[in-house]
Design a protein around this ligand. Structure first.
Ligand code: ADE
Ligand code: ZN
Length: 335
């Protein structure tokens, strides 16, 4: 099964580029940029990862980003992830980035996006890994800051496929950003938002993303299972849910395998993703293997979750058919 999972052609639709920053790269960028890290080695940094919920994770995640300073750093970060994606047989990925986490510490927006883009183009040409970029707003920053970021990003719109919303959900509901997301949609961008697991007022937030924002996808969204009407709407609209099992295990001490299986049974288009793989120490294949080993997922369930990734990806129909054909051929040849 591990060979089967490795060789399956896959999507990744929920990965934060800043969450792919490995301790080794942190150390080499810190050295290059003359930054002192308060750890003796990459191993010591890894040992200091101590999180048990979303806020404790986010504190460590934001602090680590300080080593990202110039365009070549964002290139190196993205290129390292895309090489990893190639190794994992991810053929298509949609990548989140958090510009406000950089502009708020004095790194210009264009420095960030140019570095990321250069790696994306190189990966398409040299690795055959296709990617698109999703700009995430930090929901614990103000709506004005999000709007300012969107306006700053619009000249780069041709490099973006959509916008998302991440960071600390507590007291930061989707409707805080209604105007920002309305403008993004009017500009032709797709919309997604995090509805992280077990957050305060989660069902209200999921209701808002469905009925007031009108998202094209939901990131996580596990708690929708508590309300049959929310499940019905998600299934009826064919909305994708980007679930991140190992991330869930860190943040809510549950791999959410049972919930993923329930979603499949209800006809909801759940997908499996890695979220912040350098921190949760699991890339996409490790997430799928955990579902199989610990969650008892069958080969057919794994294939359905992977197929859903291609079904809900924001790509032209011709690309979707191409990828689904390759997936079907692989599954037929492997059985
Ligand atoms: N930023 C990076 N990872 C995140 C997550 N899992 N939830 C919210 N914001 C994030
Ligand atoms: Zn996430």
């Amino acid at each position: 099964m591990s060979g089967f999972i490795q060789r399956l052609p896959k999507t990744e639709l929920h990965v934060h580029l800043e969450g792919t920053l490995e301790p080794d790269l942190s150390f080499s960028l810190a050295r290059k940029n003359g930054i002192d890290l308060p750890y003796a080695s990459p191993e010591a940094l890894l040992q200091a990862y101590d999180f048990h919920d979303l806020p404790s994770f986010l504190t460590i995640y934001y602090k680590a980003m300080n080593v990202l300073q110039d365009e070549s750093d964002f290139y190196a970060l993205t290129w390292a992830y895309l090489c990893k994606a190639k190794e994992q047989n991810i053929v298509y990925a949609e990548l989140f980035f958090d510009p406000q986490a950089h502009t708020s510490r004095g790194v210009a927006f264009d420095v960030v996006i140019r570095g990321i883009r250069r790696a994306q183009e190189q990966a398409a040409a040299e690795l055959g890994v296709e990617t698109q970029l999703i700009l995430c707003f930090l929901r614990d920053f103000s709506a004005e800051s999000a709007m300012q970021t969107l306006v700053e990003a619009l000249p780069w719109k041709h490099w973006l496929v959509g916008v998302g919303l991440d960071s600390d959900e507590k007291n930061n509901p989707p409707i805080k950003f209604s105007a920002v997301f309305a403008l993004a949609r009017a500009e032709g961008l797709k919309l997604t938002m995090h509805c992280d697991v077990n957050q305060l007022n989660t069902l209200v937030h999921i209701g808002q993303v469905l009925h007031e924002i009108g998202v094209d996808r939901i990131d996580h969204g596990i708690n929708a299972l508590e309300d049959p009407e929310l499940c019905r709407v998600i299934a009826e609209r064919g909305l994708g849910l980007t679930v991140c099992p190992v991330s869930n295990r860190f943040c809510v001490q549950d791999l959410t395998a049972t919930q993923l299986r329930q979603m499949l049974q209800l006809g909801m288009r759940a997908t499996v993703n890695s979220d912040d793989p350098a921190y949760f120490r699991a890339y996409l294949n490790e997430n799928l293997l955990a579902l199989q080993d610990e969650g008892g997922m069958t080969r057919a369930e794994i294939v359905q979750l992977v197929r859903n990734g291609f079904e809900v990806a924001w790509i032209p129909e011709e690309r979707r058919s191409h990828y689904l054909h390759a997936l079907n051929q692989y599954v037929a040849s492997a059985s």
